[in-house]
Design a protein around this ligand. Structure first.
Ligand SMILES: [Zn+2]
Length: 110
């Protein structure tokens, strides 16, 4: 039985949380809720950042122009606007920064 999730970041758009027992990440964003592994979270973060850089000022900010799977084995798709992609990037960056800081502290204290 898993312990309660550690919330890494939350906003009006959703939250990113981590399970210290099984190592799973829960991403709630808009109407999507996905449980993902660390590799998938990092891959998604890179994809979102790359897409934002590639399409800056090139798409209508409110058009649902971005579609991708939240994880490699996922059967659902995220369908987001540029603005939503920016909110997701912020959540992933802040959440993973806190996760990395907590991992360092856990390593240091054993
Ligand atoms: Zn768990």
């Amino acid at each position: 039985m898993c312990k309660p999730l550690e919330v890494l970041d939350h906003s009006t758009h959703g939250y990113l949380a981590y399970c210290p027992d099984c190592g799973g990440f829960t991403l709630a964003f808009g109407t999507t809720l996905a449980v993902m592994l660390e590799d998938d979270i990092r891959r998604m973060g890179e994809h979102v950042s790359t897409q934002l850089k590639a399409h800056r000022n090139a798409v209508c900010p409110n058009a649902k122009a971005f579609m991708f799977k939240p994880g490699t084995n996922s059967t659902c798709q995220m369908v987001l606007t540029y603005t939503e992609m920016e909110h997701l990037e912020t959540m992933l960056n802040r959440g993973m920064l806190l996760y990395e800081a907590q991992s360092l502290l856990h390593d240091a204290t054993g």
